[in-house]
Structure formats: C-alpha cells, structure tokens
Design a binder for this molecule. Structure first.
Ligand code: MRU
Length: 334
C-alpha cells in the first residue's frame, strides 16, 4: 500500500490547531494558528483550509479548542456550521462531535484525532479501489485539488492518482487550473510535482480540445456532497467536464469517502451551492482584471447528474452507474 503524502495541511500542536495557509501556496509555506472555534471558522470561510474532508477535520479540532478552554460549545458548533455551506463533511463532523454528548475537551480532542486518522485510512482504501479501475499506462484529467491538502492526507481523487502512480499505472496527469481560486494550478500541480508524478496544467477552457485531441482515459474528481440518487456537488467546472467526457466517450470517476454522502437529500437540486464574492472573479490575487464595478456571479460548486458518472469510489467499494439503488446497495451493506 502506498504511503500517504508528506504534505501536512492540518496539525494539532501544543494545544493549538495549525493550518497550512493554502491561499499563498505554492510560493510560500506558512502555518496559521487557530486558538478558538471562531478563528477556525474564519480560516475555513477564508479558504486557509479547503476541501470537503479537510474542512470537516478542521471543524472537529475547532470544537476541541473551545472545549479545552471551557468556552460555550453551543456557540462553537454554530459558528463552525456557518463557515461554508456546501461540503457536507463539515456538518457530518460537527454531528459526530456532538454525538459524543460531552463537553470534555480531552474526549473531544480524541474524537477529532480519530476523525482525522480515519480520513487518511479511507483515502488509502479508496486509492486501491480507484487504481484498480484504471488501465495500464493511463492518462487522467483531474479538477480542483483533492490531495493531501484537501483531506487528512493522501487525498481522494488525487489519492487514487497517487496510488495508481505507485502501482505503475499512470502515464500522465492533466490538471485543470480551476478558476477562480486556481486550486489546480497552485495546489494540485504542486502536490503532483512533489511526488514526481508527470503533470501538465490545462486552462479550464482547454479541456474540450484536450479531450478531443488526447482523449484521456478517465476524468477523476472529488466531491463536496453526494445525494441519495448519486448526484454530485463538486468544484465549479466539474459538471462541464462530465458533459465533455460523455461526449468524447471518456469515463468519469468521482472519489469520495462515505462522509461525503448526504442521504437526507433526494437529488442534487437540494444541495445548497455556496456563492462567493464577486471580487474573486473580477480580480486575480488582489489585482483588478475586470473593469471597475463590473458585476460577476461566482457559484463555488456545481452539480453533476448521476447519469454522467461511471463510478463513485468510496472507502467501502465502488458504486458503478450511481442511482438510488446502487448508492443504497453499497452504503446500506456496511
Ligand atoms: O472550494 P474548495 O477548494 O473547498 O473546493 C474543493 C472541492 O471542490 C474538492 O473537489 C472537494 O472538496 C473534494 S476534496 C477531497
């Protein structure tokens, strides 16, 4: 089994939470310290830490911070739940912490550590399941960042790519740049290059031409929330990639732990989609690129319908041709 990546995005150190500031990667590597749940919520909202599983783990540690300091936990749960709306892992982690039914800081910290460790184990399991779906010498296309930075370690979609690389199955990775936050350019390319996995960065708008000319075997992406019928919310741009993949006869894989499923929702129409500030579209790293006062819309996620997805890889196994029946068959059987 491949080892998980050495990149550490979330670390509990000396009774504080240390987060690698993902806003300034790859050129600066700086940890930000959180001492309260409110500071932790702010770090999630401001994208210091991002990626569905990483947000959940971070929120769990945020609860531990306030519990250890004897602060009001009701307020801690509330401020963290309001940090970002789409990734269900956040709410899953908060519910799991609350389910302990205690305000004891050490017990809550131990639970946060367990959530963190389990996520790494889930990713390593997904890596094996996902890698088995790839042919030899595979070329793959990925979107956003789903690696060690976005999770407890190893990654979901990027974890599959890592595991497949370790098994000698990857020839080349194409990484979409992922406007407007450029998670693909700044984070995925960086993680892959650190592992010496061959990667070419692609402008989001170049995907159709690349698919026509090169026809990568698989598009592999992560997820922020998966509903009972197998619809998948993920980073904006994912839906277009799924449409393109189907048009070009390519296969489309989603990698997500069971903590990303929200079986209380029937379909992707019910998923709350985060709308982020216009300035993220009209400017680039603080420099205005659109005309002053230009309007913009900035949905952070989109929904890919289940019928465009060939496989959802979880730590429990693979859901082929996701539907209400196939999702329930895998999740209920455990
Ligand atoms: O806005 P972000 O960077 O938090 O969005 C991240 C994604 O959309 C990822 O693809 C998803 O969370 C899966 S991460 C393993």
């Amino acid at each position: 089994m491949s080892q998980h990546s050495q990149v550490i995005a979330i670390e509990w150190r000396q009774q504080t939470l240390q987060l690698l500031d993902q806003r300034i990667l790859p050129h600066q590597q700086q940890m930000i310290e959180c001492q309260t749940a409110a500071e932790t919520a702010n770090a999630i909202r401001e994208m210091v830490v991002r990626g569905a599983p990483a947000i959940g783990i971070t929120a769990a540690y945020g609860i531990a911070l306030d519990a250890l300091a004897g602060r009001d936990l009701e307020a801690a749960y509330k401020v963290l739940a309001e940090s970002r709306p789409t990734a269900v892992n956040l709410f899953w982690a908060l519910e799991r912490m609350a389910a302990l039914g205690t305000s004891d800081g050490e017990q809550l910290l131990a639970e946060a550590r367990r959530i963190h460790a389990e996520d790494i184990a889930h990713n390593l399991a997904m890596g094996q399941f996902g890698a088995e779906l790839l042919g030899n010498n595979a070329t793959v296309y990925t979107h956003c960042n789903t690696g060690a930075l976005a999770t407890g370690g190893h990654g979901t979609a990027l974890g599959i790519i890592r595991s497949a690389w370790a098994g000698g199955k990857i020839k080349h990775v194409y990484a979409g740049e992922t406007r407007p936050w450029l998670q693909g350019a700044r984070l995925t390319a960086w993680e892959l290059m650190q592992d010496n996995i061959p990667v070419s960065l692609v402008c989001d708008g170049a995907a159709a031409q690349l698919f026509r000319a090169e026809k990568p075997e698989w598009v592999i992406v992560g997820a922020d929330r998966i509903t009972a019928n197998g619809d998948v919310a993920n980073k904006i741009g994912t839906y277009s990639l799924a449409v393109l993949a189907r048009h070009h006869g390519m296969k489309f894989m989603v990698a997500a732990p069971s903590t990303t499923f929200d079986l209380s929702l029937n379909s992707g129409n019910d998923i709350p989609i985060e709308q982020r500030p216009m300035s993220e579209v009209t400017s680039l790293q603080g420099i205005q690129i659109a005309p002053q006062k230009c309007q913009a819309i900035n949905p952070s996620f989109d929904v890919t319908p289940a019928e465009l997805i060939d496989a959802i890889v979880t730590e429990r196994g693979v859901i082929h041709q996701p539907s209400v029946a196939t999702v329930a068959a895998l999740l209920d059987s455990h």
